[in-house]
Design a protein around this ligand. Structure first.
Ligand code: FES
Length: 110
């Protein structure tokens, strides 16, 4: 069960209460919530919070889930290194993700 202090967008630390407030102000889509709170602008690019926000909009407004549009996606779709953007290569294998350098130890990021 979610309470008002539950963090919905972990990347931007946006709580349930903050999302509820912008819905009260008229937000009806994920992009509306994003513009008003920064929810979805974090490193995961809304992969974690999209469905949670859609469910809150549904609960608060009664709008059917299938009528709540998906967030507008922008390039890059995953976090990449700036050096990837500065190379002339168009090869997919040349794309260096910041996740390539993440080292895990016992399932946790070191
Ligand atoms: S959890 Fe919302 S942008 Fe990552």
């Amino acid at each position: 069960m979610l309470d008002k202090t539950t963090i919905i967008c972990r990347c931007e630390e946006i709580s349930y209460e903050e999302i509820e407030e912008v819905i009260d102000q008229g937000a009806r889509t994920f992009d509306d919530v994003k513009r008003l709170t920064r929810c979805g602008m974090g490193p995961c690019q809304a992969k974690i919070c999209t469905n949670l926000v859609a469910n809150i909009i549904h609960e608060q407004t009664g709008r059917p889930l299938h009528k709540i549009p998906l967030p507008r996606m922008r390039m890059p779709l995953s976090p990449i290194k700036l050096e990837t953007l500065t190379t002339d290569s168009t090869s997919f294998s040349a794309v260096k993700s910041v996740l390539d350098e993440v080292e895990l130890e016992d399932g946790k990021v070191r």
